[in-house]
Design a protein. Sequence first.
Length: 425
Amino acid sequence: MIKRITSLLMALVLIAGVAFSQDQPAIHDAISMEPGRTHDVYYSLNSGTSTQVQRDVWDIAFSTRTMDVTILTNGASGVQLYTYPNSGTDGWESIDTTGMYLWPLMYNDDTDWENGAFNRNGTGSELDYGWGVYNTITHIISGDSLFVMQMPDGKIKKMWIMKKNPITNEYTFKYASLDGTDEQEMAIALNDYNTKNFIGYSIANNAIVDFQPATNDWDLLFAKYITFYGGVMWYPVTGIKQNYNVQAAAYAMADTSMIDYNTQDFDSANITTIGNNWYTLQGGMPPTYAIKDSLVYFVSDRESSIWKVVFEDYQSSQGIIGFRKQLLENHAGIASPQIATSGYMAVQPNPASATSVEVMFDADDNGLAQLRIFSITGAKSIDQTVTYSRGLNRHQIDISRLPAGAYVITLTVGATTLRNKLIVQ
């Protein structure tokens, strides 16, 4: 189920030629999460730039996309979230934490940016986003759940995400100590941060935290995050997450000199295809790790260029991760946003092995849009005029004649164009 409802937001798309770059030499690079791995690092494959961010500066984070309702917790820094099971929002004044540690812990889904900790107690309805319910008439998402949070310093807070107004792209929420003291009611205007994926908030400091670089400036996030380790327990690991519109394919037991890959192997549904799978724990105290042999990753970056990535070094105590990368296909001119965007259309299934895919987007009025699909070389494969109406739109596209491969799909209304990748298997 796709939980994001996207709206028509501005992004200008250029379709240009493609350069094949398999003769490019490998580049050795490394990032530093600092000793103790206290920082997360945002990395751009194309520019080689890395941006360090101190991990513990935020407690919760809100997606900036207009119709996205994802709310994350900073589990790797010690934030623990519980849904309050004893009442609805009418119980705000009288929350009882008896038996709290028997309530299920809720962490962010480590495979999906959209399934944040606050979103994980939904009923399964398409209108229920965990912390609140979407009103199809007003478009307001109203909070219907209370939460209890244990902060990194051990303090317990109660939390109510009161509403999100997608028209103004603003959240309203409040939190307090269990006895009602130190109550804060806050509003965050997300349009002020729409070049970022998420904007953070520090409960300890009662302050907004702008902690991410711009969406278009990074492909991979080297971070600590919480995973359901071995299917047994929630556990923090060090690994790599992919940005929106970045896909990866993994080849185990492979010759690391290989440069051949199959577009069918790119996984668009998992942001941790790389994850923490490239090393193994050897034991010891402090623990030591070994890089897995014969493991090759291919990464399609935000500009659709294809990179080969092989990990070479992991100095866990120093927070240093070394790797080599090689540019195999340069698609930097294809589907490259020239201005910032805070959203994109949803396409499912993707990768697609069926004869059709569904494009979903939300519109504020009625009209006509131009839907096009381009091959990775810039050739136009499909060009359709589609009718849309106010609200959520779903449009089926016949892709039965498209050969397997990577494509760029665009949706244009006037001067506004949305884009996404499409992998046909």
